[in-house]
Design a protein around this ligand. Structure first.
Ligand SMILES: NC(=O)c1ccc[n+]([C@@H]2O[C@H](COP(=O)([O-])OP(=O)(O)OC[C@H]3O[C@@H](n4cnc5c(N)ncnc54)[C@H](OP(=O)(O)O)[C@@H]3O)[C@@H](O)[C@H]2O)c1
Length: 277
């Protein structure tokens, strides 16, 4: 049976990104290698890792073990605040590329803005330098608020993607609108709400019954139907397969709205002005 992959969406710089990917935190190297190799078999082509997860080596190993061509997968990784300078980003890139065993990184992300340190503009400039040199294919940020994006824009920098926490209980309307205004794709981290209470909410389970899908698939459909790119983490083949099978049904607008009404506001969101590494 031919495997089915996620459809592509196009970033503002022209790079094609699978509309759904796989998260790898908190897998260790060995677990990540196994899960990523399985995920490639299942049809995943977008993988999310980070220096901070300590599993870039395993992610690279899993991709190699799967036998897929490097050009067929999109690798996203992120660096910590100690590298927030133009030269620092270069060092972070070399270290991540070596751990991943790859010559280039598709999307390199500032993991947290750390505005207290006030060097995130330099960090994004550092990624833009690497883009010019062909070492990365896109400029990414994570956990950036509208005010941080504004600072970047004033310096003439607009990232291609902003990875933030989004799920139906945290719909992040203001952040998503700010991303949209700048043409930045929003990638959703913890898209399943960490697999906890959200998946048992009657608003989700009722729709699961209606569509013959499971709760995770309803939540992931809520993301992709709005142009959000979710990166659910799953360790079993069964979960990996289920999470990719969300492109064969359509929620009604009123159903998207009913799920969005689960929003609890920004209270449960880590404040990226205060937290970061
Ligand atoms: N940029 C950032 O600051 C940041 C922060 C946090 C996370 N992230 C990224 O976002 C990714 C996803 O976030 P997350 O791992 O926190 O949360 P998540 O993807 O919302 O939830 C993961 C949990 O859901 C379970 N699950 C997966 N598929 C399921 C299914 N079909 N049915 C039922 N349960 C299912 C998983 O269990 P199993 O493992 O048993 O399958 C796991 O316990 C991370 O892995 C990481 O790559 C980024």
């Amino acid at each position: 049976m031919p495997i089915s992959t996620a459809p592509a969406i196009t970033l503002r710089n022209g790079l094609e990104l699978p509309a759904l990917g796989m998260g790898t935190w908190p897998l260790d190297d060995s677990q990540a290698a196994d899960a990523v190799a399985t995920a490639v078999e299942v049809g995943y082509r977008l993988f999310d890792t980070a220096e901070n997860y300590g599993n870039e080596t395993g992610v690279g190993e899993g991709i190699r073990r799967s036998g897929i061509a490097r050009s067929e997968v999109v690798i996203t990784t992120k660096f910590n605040k100690q590298w927030h300078s133009r030269e620092g980003v270069r060092k972070a890139f070399s270290a991540s590329a070596q751990r991943l065993g790859t010559e280039y990184i598709d999307l390199f992300l500032v993991h947290w803005p750390n505005p207290g340190q006030d060097q995130f503009v330099e960090a994004v400039q550092g990624i833009a330098d690497l883009l010019e040199e062909g070492m990365v294919r896109g400029v990414g940020v994570s956990n950036f608020k509208p005010e941080h994006l504004q600072r970047l824009a004033e310096a003439g920098l607009v990232p291609d993607l902003n990875q933030i926490q989004v799920d139906p209980r945290h719909i992040r309307e203001a952040s998503r609108q700010a991303n949209n205004r700048l043409g930045i794709v929003t990638e959703s981290w913890s898209p399943l709400g960490r697999g906890e209470g959200l998946l048992h909410d009657p608003s989700v389970t009722d729709l699961a019954r209606k569509y013959g899908k499971n709760p995770a698939q309803i939540v992931l459909r809520w993301h992709v139907q709005q142009g959000l790119v979710p990166i659910p983490k799953a360790s079993s083949r069964a979960h990996l397969e289920e999470n990719l099978a969300v492109f064969d049904f359509v929620l009604e607008d009123s159903e998207i709205a009913a799920l969005s009404a689960l929003d609890t506001g920004e209270a449960g969101i880590l404040d990226s002005n205060a937290f970061g590494h």
